[in-house]
Design a protein around this ligand. Structure first.
Ligand SMILES: [Zn+2]
Ligand SMILES: [Zn+2]
Length: 372
């Protein structure tokens, strides 16, 4: 029997292995370094392409296209979309529309990559199934109106191929294998850890309705995206490190660009918001409660299922009438347990719903008093 996850995967959420071959092949191509050799120039290119493209993903795909946390010109918007495109993580519109869904439905049935459906699922399984191949233009209407962005999303192979060929001219075949392929694979997994690890590793500062966490380690290799709990708490912010000690180079470079008016209107959280909803100060952590509850019921239900199954098998093996009767009785008890668990689950769901409504109301109240 498979391990029970708090959220079950739908039948259409299965990895499509044949369609996933290219992605695995690119992992394999990294081994060609044995043939091409590893040069210092190629290693330097690998580092530049890793951190450079990470910036385009975090500042462009994430903080601009997904969250509109700052403004820029149409020309620089195109540069952001093209730069992010070189990371081979599909087009800006695809990326941002799925990411907006992640925030809208964090850690629920409709979250595209919740670790509550399993760690590997959240890391890369969700990309390798057919369900999320497309994207919803309605969830990204604000950028879908630009034909150049639609073009880049439709022909998402153009930016990575351009960069791959350029890598050859910069550093030869080692440049392609070490410079381009190594950094592309590292960049994939670096980015994916924000979806997988950043929801299981680290600390929670703010009570949010999801399982997001803050991790300095993840921030180190993702250009500051490791402050993921901060981010879920205040997603409109152009900076994810809320305090000076929270390393956020994505924001530092954005700030630098704003001095030259290349980007403008960088949104940051108001000081008073930073002090609210602290878990440490006793705010009820709805997100973690929901996650633990989901795990507990999933474990209980798979346990009950297997217990009933085992007893059924016992009953079949023994033809003795008394034994059969006892088995039937046990089964009845198990069904009863199942029913009461369902009822309990339903009442907790209702309670959670009202808790969320209450939280929403008090948030609205707070913003009203702030406006006055
Ligand atoms: Zn986000
Ligand atoms: Zn998240």
């Amino acid at each position: 029997m498979s391990t029970a996850h708090a959220l079950e995967r739908e039948p259409d959420e299965r990895v499509n292995w044949p369609a996933s071959i290219p992605m695995f092949m690119i992992h394999g191509l990294c081994l060609l370094a044995i043939v091409t050799g590893v040069t210092w120039k190629a290693l330097a290119l690998c580092a530049v392409l890793y951190f450079g493209r990470m910036w385009f993903i975090t500042a462009g795909y994430h903080r601009y296209f997904s969250h509109r946390s700052y403004k820029t010109s149409r020309a620089f918007q195109f540069i952001l979309a093209f730069g992010g495109g070189t990371a081979a993580q599909k087009g800006a519109l695809w990326w941002a529309s799925h990411h907006r869904d992640h925030h809208r439905f964090s850690d629920t049935e409709r979250d595209v990559h919740s670790p509550l459906k399993g760690f590997w699922w959240s890391h890369m399984g969700w990309i390798l199934c057919d369900k999320h191949k497309g994207w919803d233009p309605d969830s990204i209407k604000d950028f879908n109106k630009y034909p150049e962005l639609r073009f880049l999303t439709k022909h998402d192979w153009i930016p990575p191929w351009t960069l791959g060929v350029a890598s050859y001219f910069i550093a030869g075949w080692p440049g392609v294998v070490v410079g381009f392929f190594w950094s592309t694979v590292l960049l994939w997994h670096g980015t994916f850890t924000v979806n997988s690890l950043a929801h299981v590793m680290g600390r929670r500062r703010y009570a949010t309705t999801d399982t997001s966490r803050n991790s300095a380690l993840i921030a180190a290799w993702t250009g500051g995206e490791g402050w993921h709990n901060n981010h879920h708490y205040y997603q409109a912010s152009a900076r994810n490190g809320f305090f000076w000690w929270e390393y956020d180079p994505t924001y530092y470079l954005l700030k630098f660009l704003s001095w030259f008016r290349i980007v403008r209107d960088l949104k940051v959280p108001p000081a008073r918001v930073l002090d609210q909803a602290r878990v440490r100060e006793g705010t009820f952590d709805v997100g973690m409660f929901k996650a633990h509850w989901g795990k507990a019921t999933a474990a209980l239900s798979s346990h009950t299922r297997s217990a009933v199954g085992a007893e059924r098998a016992d009953g079949d093996a023994d033809s003795d009438g008394d034994e059969l009767e006892a088995a039937t009785r046990r089964e009845a008890i198990a069904e009863q347990m199942h029913a009461s668990r369902e009822a309990l689950e339903e009442s907790v769901r209702t309670a959670m719903r009202s808790a969320e409504e209450l939280a929403q109301l008090s948030r609205r109240q707070r913003s009203l008093t702030r406006a006055e």
